[in-house]
Design a protein around this ligand. Structure first.
Ligand code: HAM
Length: 430
C-alpha cells in the first residue's frame, strides 16, 4: 500500500495576507492615481521606517486610544528598547520632519507616503492587521484652505476609482476651547455611566472624547453635547471658512457633530470619507484632520499641520473583483525549437529586452507545443519561433497569437518590426 505523505506548510501569521499577482494591478492603479494627484498638488514622497519606538505612538496618538491600548504590535529589540510596527503614518512623518530639520530645508513642507501599517485588531472584512495606507501631511499652514486642499486631494484620488463619496466633517476645537467642552461632555457621560461599555467607563475621566468614537456606545449617546457648540471664536471662524471653501469647489459634505476620530492628536477640522450610504466603522475609505499641536508635543516648534490617510484595501473591497486582472508579464514569447536554438534564442531575448520590449522564454527543451501553450497562458501577444531552419537563414518566424497570422522576419530587424509595425509597448531601461 502506498504510504500517505502528509505535508505541512508554515502558515502566514493570523491576519497577515499575501497579495498575489492578480491583485497587484488594483494596488498599482490606486497608487498611480495617488501619485498623479500628489504631483498636481505639490506633495513630495517620503519613506519612513516600519519600525518605530513605542513611545512615539504613545505620545502622538494618546495612551487611552484603542490603537495604543490594545492594537499595537510591540516587540523588544536586542537591547531593552520597546519597538512597534507602525500603526499609522502621521507620527512617523512628524518624527522625520523634526529629526531631519525639514522645516528649515524646504519652505513649504508637503509630504506623502505609501506603505503598510499594522494594527492587531480582530481580523474581519475591511479590518486587516496589515493594510496599505496612502497618506499626506501638510506642515506650516493653519489656513482653512489647507484643510480643504487636503480633503480635495483625497477626494480626487477616491473619485478616480469611481466610488460615489460622502464626506463627513466636524471641528473639535483647540487647546483653548476644548477643555470646556470636555468638562461638559464628562458631566453628560457621568449622568449616563450605565450606558457606557466597561472600557469607556474606565477611561472616561482621562479621555471623555473616546466614548463618542466607541462603536458600542455611540448609538446610545446621540444627545451628547456637540463640540461645534463649544468652539471659541477663532475655531468657529476657521470651521465656517472650511465649510465655505469646500462648498465653493463643489465638494458636498455632511457635518457630523459627534465625529471625533480615534487618535488624540487632532485639533479643529476632522473628516472621514465613506462610500455614499455606507457609514460603518469598517467603511471609512479615508480619514484625517488638522493637528496643530502635535509637532510641538513631539519636541518641535509650534507648527500647524493637517493630513489624511486612505485605506487601499477598503477601496479594493468596494470594487470587488473589478480590478482583478493579471498583468501580462511579457508581451513577446520566444520559442526555441531543439537544443540547437537555445543559444540564439537567448541572444534574441536579450536583444528584445535591451530594445525595451518585454520578452520571455523558457529555453529548456520543452516541445514546440508546450512552449506555445505557455505563451498562451501568459497572454503573450506574439511568439518568436527559432528553429534550425530559421538559424540557417538568419530569420525568425513571428507569429501573431491574436489573429493567428505569421510571417518571416530577419533576426536583425525583429525588434524594429515589433516596435514599429506591431506596436508592442516599449519600456526603455538601459
Ligand atoms: P485612521 O482613520 O486610523 O487615520 O486610518 C485611515 C484609513 O486607513 C481608514 O479610513 C481606513 O481606510 C484605513 N484603515 C485603518 N485601519 C484599517 C484596518 N485595520 N484595515 C484596513 N484599513 C484600515 C490615520 O491613520 C491617520 N494617520 C490619518 C491622518 C493622517 N490624519 C492626519 N494625517
Amino acid at each position: 500500500m502506498e504510504e500517505l505523505k502528509t505535508r505541512s506548510f508554515i502558515q502566514s501569521v493570523r491576519g497577515m495576507h499575501d497579495i498575489l499577482p492578480d491583485k497587484i494591478a488594483g494596488y498599482n492603479a490606486i497608487e498611480n492615481w495617488a501619485r498623479k494627484a500628489f504631483s498636481l498638488y505639490g506633495y513630495q514622497e517620503i519613506r519612513i521606517p516600519v519600525l518605530e519606538s513605542v513611545e512615539l505612538f504613545e505620545r502622538a496618538i494618546g495612551q487611552t486610544t484603542d490603537i495604543v491600548e490594545k492594537e499595537m504590535f510591540t516587540l523588544k529589540d536586542r537591547g531593552e528598547r520597546t519597538l512597534c510596527l507602525r500603526p499609522e503614518g502621521t507620527a512617523g512623518v512628524v518624527r522625520a520632519f523634526l529629526e531631519n530639520g525639514l522645516e528649515t530645508k524646504y519652505g513649504l513642507v508637503k509630504l506623502f507616503y505609501i506603505g503598510s501599517m499594522f494594527r492587531a485588531e480582530r481580523p474581519q472584512k475591511g479590518r486587516l492587521r496589515e493594510f496599505v495606507q496612502i497618506g499626506a501631511e501638510y506642515f506650516g499652514n493653519d489656513a482653512p484652505s489647507a484643510d480643504v486642499e487636503m480633503i480635495d486631494v483625497v477626494t480626487n484620488i477616491l473619485q478616480t476609482s469611481g466610488i460615489p463619496l460622502e464626506i463627513h466633517l466636524n471641528s473639535i476645537g483647540c487647546p483653548e476651547c476644548r477643555p470646556k467642552y470636555l468638562q461638559t461632555l464628562l458631566q453628560f457621560l457621568k449622568s449616563r455611566t450605565a450606558d457606557l461599555c466597561e472600557n469607556c467607563q474606565k477611561r472616561m475621566e482621562k479621555n471623555p472624547l473616546r466614548a463618542l468614537d466607541c462603536k458600542e456606545d455611540i448609538s446610545k449617546l446621540q444627545d451628547a453635547p456637540q463640540s461645534e457648540q463649544h468652539l471659541c471664536k477663532n475655531c468657529l471662524e476657521h470651521y465656517e471658512q472650511v465649510k465655505k471653501l469646500l462648498s465653493s469647489i463643489g465638494n458636498p459634505f455632511k457635518t457630523d457633530p459627534h465625529l471625533v476620530r480615534g487618535l488624540d492628536y487632532y485639533t479643529r477640522t476632522v473628516f472621514e470619507i465613506y462610500p455614499s450610504g455606507q457609514i460603518g466603522s469598517q467603511d471609512a475609505l479615508a480619514a484625517g484632520g488638522r493637528y496643530d499641536t502635535l509637532v510641538e508635543d513631539l519636541g518641535g516648534n509650534k507648527t500647524p499641520a493637517v493630513g489624511f490617510a486612505l485605506g487601499v484595501e477598503r477601496i479594493l473591497n468596494f470594487h470587488g473583483n473589478l480590478m482583478e486582472h493579471r498583468e501580462s508579464p511579457g508581451k513577446v514569447f520566444v520559442v526555441s525549437v531543439g537544443s540547437i536554438a537555445i543559444e540564439k534564442s537567448f541572444q534574441i531575448l536579450n536583444d528584445l529586452r535591451k530594445n525595451g520590449i518585454a520578452a520571455q522564454g523558457v529555453l529548456n527543451n520543452q516541445s514546440l507545443k508546450s512552449q506555445m501553450r505557455l505563451a498562451d497562458r501568459i497572454e503573450a501577444k506574439f511568439c518568436v519561433i527559432v528553429g534550425e531552419n530559421e538559424i540557417k537563414e538568419n530569420v525568425v518566424t513571428l507569429r501573431d497569437l491574436q489573429n493567428k497570422s505569421q510571417e518571416i522576419v530577419s533576426m536583425n530587424s525583429l525588434a524594429d518590426v515589433l516596435k514599429n509595425d506591431k506596436k508592442v509597448p516599449v519600456l526603455k531601461m538601459f
